[in-house]
Design a binder for this molecule. Structure first.
Ligand code: FES
Length: 188
């Protein structure tokens, strides 16, 4: 596999990425939890920080910056970032709606939820609305089967979904200013 540079995801400095001072301090605090020779243990939380600081997705320069910070090979970062569905490898909308469609959620109406969101926003799973507000994803089991059907947006789960609840959520997100990130704190 080979990365084909694009205008928004090139290498050699064309689309540079660097962590903010606050992001870097947070990364260093996470790295301090592990012995230096096991710096790679901090990879996933640091990728989340990089993703948050890169508008919700990981460009090649962002992954390379994480590799340099941790002192590991680029490929070690790519292996992880391409494996987990929570890492986006191309630009996404401000709100990424990940609707679980594994069997328990499917039996409780996940397909209807996906179809409704798709119709309402005019997109299919894997697509982003033209205004850049929403990306729809069909996700595999998110470990919340007992509250099916459900979707994840950033760090938060939205459970026992109905079409009405989905409509409310979309309106809430549409009027919200903040991007939903995996690094958000969950209020109790
Ligand atoms: S099947 Fe949907 S959360 Fe497990």
């Amino acid at each position: 596999m080979q990365h084909i540079p694009t205008p928004h995801n090139a290498t050699a400095g064309a689309t540079p990425f660097s962590l903010s001072d606050a992001g870097l301090a947070e990364c260093r605090a996470i790295m301090a939890r592990y012995p230096e020779e096991f710096a790679k243990s901090a990879l996933i939380p640091i990728l989340h920080i990089a993703q948050t600081e890169n508008d919700g997705w990981l460009s090649v320069p962002a992954m390379d910056a994480v590799a340099k910070l941790l002192g590991i090979q680029y490929i070690e970062v790519y292996e992880v970032a391409t494996f987990y569905s929570m890492f986006n490898l191309s630009p996404v909308g401000k709100h990424v709606l990940e609707v679980c469609h594994t069997v328990p959620c499917m039996l409780r109406g996940a397909d209807d939820v996906i179809a409704h969101i798709g119709k309402r926003l005019g997109i299919k799973p894997g697509e982003t609305t033209k205004d850049g507000l929403f990306t729809l994803k069909a996700a595999e089991c998110l470990g919340s089967c007992g509250t099916a059907p459900m979707l994840q947006c950033g760090a938060k789960y939205h459970e026992h979904l109905t079409i009405e609840k989905v409509d409310e959520l979309i309106e809430k997100f549409r009027s919200g200013e903040k991007r939903n990130n995996y690094t958000d704190r969950i209020e109790a």
